[in-house]
Ligand binder design. Structure first.
Ligand SMILES: *Cc1c(COP(=O)(O)O)cnc(C)c1O
Length: 368
């Protein structure tokens, strides 16, 4: 055993300085709270899928390694999304892992990852882990792509990867499609359109894969009720995916996950019925929040709503937590998110509970 000073020295000597400079991704403790902070589906697995996967899980040979290619799921997805043969798939332990695979394959020292901001924080974090340069281009005041600034940054930094979330998290809006197309045309490397919220919008970039060789489309089952399974997908030209597949760890999707994903895909309509309900609940929540004149309630194409308070977002967040409701405080991150909070859309019952606590907190904090 070494003493404390020695271990501190060792860590300082060997952990890469850019890692020591980071802080670990924080997940708020939600024990005992109404959890509306992480865009989870509130319904739980439909009974019919539960029964089906229960039977399957009993038969999973967990003593064996999982199928390294997820062949059964690939076949089901090819049908579900109508993928042409020249489009391939790669699966990740959540799309978070796919972002990491992309950065390890295309990034590295002296290469740049570019994203608009504010957007999904993992793009920047993974750039940091993997030793890539990172370029963040601010969105406009109304959270649209500043095309001129973005194209200029693309020209200057020649990014290996550009990430665009459509719709965007945490702002909830869709970007102008022509702006995204222009970015794809002008980017020297790959553009990844992250469609994590595809179930909550009619926007769809998968057909664009026919048109652009440097486009990859990423999706996940986390936001449709399977967050705990960790299953993300990347779609694109086989030429790219073959290379990315070399970096993917061979057994990254465990056999239990593969089994439940396959069962869920066989009854995907049942999951989409839940998201259909959530789309209606989103309108209900937005309408009710808009009754308060001093709030700015942004339009949303996702399963969450971004709200800008007139003042005191942190106090408001804490007040709501004391009332038993956990939402996401965004104030303190990007300057465009000053006084902003993000609320996950839930069931009618939970939305009503949120609204009651929300209105009470507003009254107490003098927000009208
Ligand atoms: C939630 C989210 C993800 C992460 O999804 P996982 O598959 O759970 O890792 C990716 N991108 C965006 C924009 C998200 O909001």
């Amino acid at each position: 055993m070494t003493n404390n000073a020695d271990i501190t020295n060792l860590v300082e000597q060997w952990v890469r300085p850019e890692i020591r400079g980071l802080s670990a991704y924080k997940v708020a403790d939600a024990a005992g709270l109404l959890k509306l902070d992480a865009m989870e589906n509130p319904f739980g697995l439909p009974d019919s899928i539960k029964t089906e996967s229960g039977d399957l899980l009993r038969q999973v040979p967990v003593n064996r390694y999982p199928d390294p290619h997820g062949k059964e799921i690939k076949q089901a997805l090819r049908t579900l999304y109508g993928l042409p043969t020249h489009i391939e798939m790669l699966f990740g332990n959540g799309s978070d892992e796919i972002i990491q695979i992309l950065a390890m394959t295309l990034g590295g020292s002296g290469r740049t990852i570019l994203a608009v901001e504010p957007s999904f924080v993992m793009y920047k974090m993974v750039a940091g882990f993997t030793g890539c340069d990172y370029s963040g281009v601010p969105l406009t005041e109304d959270f649209q792509i500043d095309l001129e600034a973005t194209l200029k940054a693309i020209q200057e930094t020649r990014p290996a990867i550009v990430f665009v979330a459509q719709p965007n998290n945490p702002t909830g809006n869709l970007f102008d499609e022509e702006a995204i197309r222009e970015i794809i045309r002008r980017a020297p490397g790959v553009v990844v359109v992250d469609e994590a919220y595809t179930a909550f919008t009619d926007a769809d970039c998968l057909p664009w894969l026919q048109e652009f060789d440097n486009l990859l489309v990423m999706r996940t089952f986390s936001k449709v009720g399977l967050a705990g399974l960790r299953f993300g997908m990347l779609f694109g030209r086989a030429e790219w995916l073959q290379e990315l597949d070399k970096v993917r760890l061979p057994y990254n999707i465990n056999s239990l996950t593969q089994s439940v994903v396959a069962a869920s895909l066989a009854q995907f309509d049942t999951l989409l019925q839940q998201t259909e309900l959530l789309r209606k609940e989103r309108s209900f929540l937005i309408q009710n929040l808009r009754r308060l004149q001093t709030l700015k309630v942004y339009p949303s194409e996702a399963n969450f709503v971004l709200v800008k308070l007139p003042h005191g977002a942190r106090k408001f967040f804490e007040n709501l937590r004391e009332r038993g409701v956990l939402i996401k405080l965004l104030d303190g991150g990007h300057p465009l998110l000053a006084e902003c909070i993000r609320i996950t859309v839930s069931t009618r019952e939970e939305n009503l509970a949120l609204l009651e606590a929300f209105m009470a907190a507003c009254t107490e904090l003098d927000i009208h």
